[in-house]
Design a protein around this ligand. Structure first.
Ligand SMILES: [Zn+2]
Length: 471
């Protein structure tokens, strides 16, 4: 009998996702010692990593990073989408209850995610000895990366101003989480979404998970999925390059430095594999761009819905022929079309025409006929990779490049489009079996899971379409 070679694996994989971190942020700041600087010098940076689908938003991004596939396959069509005709958030699950929180805190789960993740595959490969923990301020950023059967997933609940979980995972919060909530009560009560303390609290809880769950100390490789959410929330209010966003990135640099120190001490530099990426980038705000004579534009999605519905009502005599707008897609009101006995094709054509009216919109596309549109193949592919039938809207909007959903007089940034601003993300690997260096060849968000799994010699997630980056 021949003994099978046991593949060598790191003790721990650490996934670090920074919400709305544009790739160029890596080079826009003069970093201090130990944080981003260490990632850039000791790590391998893929400088041309692209998101291959629209909409480029948080839930879709976190799901895609950890499944190695896109919304068309993993099912997380956006932050909000339709399931069985009802609008839901990506992780909303009324069959579950909150664990912790207060009476208003709702149950959540990863059930809308229909493919496996890196953590799920680690479990399958190790006889379910591997353990995963997900941590973030945002629920979707903690839940989707942790996969379907983690040791735990914890996020910030704005009602109770504490970290919570859900009955999907457990019946009661572990002692280390309730202790953390007590110990940090004052900081947790502050505006964590807009202040640097939100970053520090995220890492502090991740450190507690590392210690109390004994991650990286077992016989199988564990996974710690951390996501930093306030970088996004703050940028939505104050804009890219605002002093408030800068202060969060400075804090993030310090927190990463400290966390690397903790990992080096507890796990050892060569024993963990860390990757840093983002769920999407961000488009500079209208005031920032136009102040310097650069092209920019804003498009109001609620107004577009109202205007298109008014135009359709004049033509067909039926109200609300478009049901909703979410993530640059519009949902056609099938029930209204049917009960009024309208010609669906005619309504669809008129709806696209109405939505294309504003000069900020380049194309409004009936996805079922996308191959008949004279638009670049690369945009068609991104729309197709983002479209999940029944969950995504049937009409996709392609705004003129540089245009985002927002108001001209507001400083906040936004994202969601195909443009470089939103789809170009940082990607750095550091630690176990990583030789420092960089590449500018085209790599994809979906390559992250493919790469991690190839390095670990485990099967890639079941919907993975990425290719391992093996330099
Ligand atoms: Zn955002």
């Amino acid at each position: 009998m021949v003994a099978t070679a046991q593949p060598s694996r790191p003790k721990l994989v650490v996934g670090l996702v920074v919400d709305q971190m544009r790739w160029d942020y890596l080079y826009n700041y003069q970093w201090g010692e130990g944080g981003f600087k260490t990632l850039l010098t000791d790590g391998y940076s893929c400088n041309n990593t692209i998101i291959d689908y629209v909409p480029t938003v948080t839930a879709a991004g976190h799901a895609s990073i950890y499944t190695g596939t896109t919304p068309a396959i993993h099912g997380i069509a956006g932050n909000n989408f339709m399931v069985d005709g009802k609008s839901v958030t990506s992780v909303q699950d009324d069959n579950e209850r909150a664990v912790g929180g207060d009476a208003k805190t709702r149950g959540k789960s990863p059930r809308n995610l229909i493919t496996t993740t890196i953590g799920d595959q680690l479990q399958l490969a190790t006889g379910f000895k591997s353990r995963t923990v997900g941590i973030a301020l945002k629920d979707r950023a903690a839940i989707l990366p942790a996969g379907h059967h983690p040791a735990g997933s914890y996020w910030y609940d704005g009602n109770s101003k504490t970290f919570v979980s859900s009955t999907y995972y457990m019946d009661k919060l572990p002692r280390w989480v309730t202790d953390f909530n007590k110990r940090h009560r004052e900081e947790l009560a502050s505006n964590v979404y807009q202040l640097p303390v939100g970053t520090s609290l995220t890492f502090a809880l991740a450190e507690q998970a590392l210690i109390n769950e004994g991650l990286g100390q077992g016989e199988a490789t564990d996974l710690l999925a951390i996501s930093v959410s306030n970088t996004d929330m703050c940028s939505h209010y104050h804009g890219t390059h605002s002093p408030k966003v800068d202060s969060i990135y400075w804090q993030l640099d310090r927190d990463i430095a400290h966390f690397i120190e903790v990992l080096d001490q507890r796990i050892g530099r060569g024993n963990y594999l860390l990757f840093l990426s983002a769920d999407h980038g961000g488009t500079h705000s209208y005031p920032r761009m136009t102040a310097h004579g650069l092209p920019s534009g804003c498009w109001s999605n609620p107004e577009a819905l109202k205007a298109a519905n008014a135009m359709l009502e004049r033509q067909f005599g039926v109200k609300k022929l478009l049901k909703a707008e979410m993530e640059y897609t519009f949902y056609i009101n099938e029930e209204a079309i049917e009960s009024a006995g309208l010609d669906r094709d005619a309504v669809m054509r008129a709806a696209c025409q109405a939505l294309e009216e504003p000069e900020e919109i380049q194309w409004a596309i009936d996805v079922s006929r996308i191959d008949t549109y004279p638009i670049p193949t690369i945009l068609k592919e991104r729309i197709k990779l983002g479209y999940f039938p029944g969950r995504s809207g049937e009409i996709y909007i392609v705004p003129r490049t540089g245009v985002y959903a927002g108001k001209k007089d507001e400083a906040g940034s936004n994202h969601g489009t195909w443009s470089q601003s939103d789809s170009h993300i940082p990607l750095i690997f550091m630690g176990w079996h990583v030789t420092p260096g960089e590449t500018s060849r085209l790599t994809h968000m979906t390559d992250i899971a493919a790469t991690v799994c190839a390095m670990l010699h485990i099967q890639a997630p079941n919907g993975c379409i990425g290719t391992p980056i093996m330099e």
